[in-house]
Ligand binder design. Structure first.
Ligand SMILES: Nc1ncnc2c1ncn2[C@@H]1O[C@H](COP(=O)(O)OP(=O)(O)OP(=O)(O)O)[C@@H](O)[C@H]1O
Length: 248
């Protein structure tokens, strides 16, 4: 198969379970308990039996009510959460914009966070230096560049995070809700940037409750319901089905 036809993301029989009554997902002991064990009392499958392939350059919208496993799916694709069942293969790196503070260190300044994140994603010091001003100006973060990240407003946190993540060279971009936090002008800038990235052939996963955003960027949708992949198809059909199942 040529590279254009080989899936960039391949998900097979994916399953993750959590405990309802605990802060952390796994105890030290659990790590040695092996895979495939049955769920214990209080455990539930946040995702199960989920399989799909994504071709390079696809833009996929992930749809579902609150708590149905959308963010969990993105975390598995990003590799920040490990599955209890099944596999996720991603050909190449992932640029994740999946939690407000995802990947950013609160005590470090905006400047240091930009250097750190860009460095962790393989950008050379030279490239980071060349892109630095653009990242700061895109975010409108000139005034807060030496402020600890944790002291930024939530909108400014998203601005900085989006500016950095959208400058990474990774082939896969994950965007989870965060855009909803930005103001109107910044959102418009983000949309233009996402358009550019898609035109370059990047692959996009977008979790959103905003139908317009989903229709604007995505051709295909994944509809998660109760941790299952209820439907995988064209985004218009996915939204139709979702709206029928859950009328406003
Ligand atoms: N670390 C965790 N420990 C325990 N339960 C968790 C953990 N992370 C997620 N969950 C639970 O797993 C389920 C799926 O959560 P997830 O965040 O993936 O939902 P979502 O579809 O993204 O929801 P939303 O639209 O509200 O963002 C929820 O019931 C959630 O409470």
């Amino acid at each position: 198969m040529s590279d254009a036809l080989t899936p960039i993301i391949s998900v097979r029989d994916l399953g993750v379970h959590f405990r309802r009554n605990r802060g952390s997902r796994r105890s030290f002991k659990d790590l040695f308990a092996g895979r495939g064990r049955r769920t214990r009392p209080g455990e539930f499958w946040a995702l199960r039996n989920v399989s799909f392939d994504v071709a390079p350059g696809e833009a996929i919208g992930v749809v579902g009510r609150n708590g149905q496993g959308k963010s969990t799916l993105l975390k598995l694709v990003a590799g920040v959460l490990l599955p209890d069942e099944g596999t996720v293969h991603v050909r190449g790196g992932v640029a994740p914009l999946i939690e407000l503070t995802g990947g950013f260190v609160g005590d470090l300044t905006v400047r240091d966070n930009i250097m750190l994140t860009a460095g962790l994603h393989g950008l050379s010091k030279q490239v980071i230096t060349a892109k630095f001003d653009e990242i700061v100006s895109f975010a409108g973060a000139g005034q807060v560049i030496d402020t600890p990240y944790k002291h930024l407003s939530s909108g400014m946190k998203v601005r900085v995070a989006f500016s950095v993540v959208s400058q990474l060279d990774e082939p896969v971009l994950l965007v989870d809700e965060v855009l909803a936090v930005g103001d109107k002008a910044f959102r418009a800038k983000c949309y233009r940037r996402i358009d550019e990235l898609l035109a370059e052939g990047r692959t996009l996963f977008l979790v959103s409750h905003n139908e317009r955003d989903l229709r604007r960027f995505c051709k295909r949708g994944l509809y998660l319901d109760g941790g299952k992949l209820a439907f995988d198809g064209p985004i218009t059909e996915v939204l139709e089905r979702y709206n029928t199942d859950h009328p406003a």
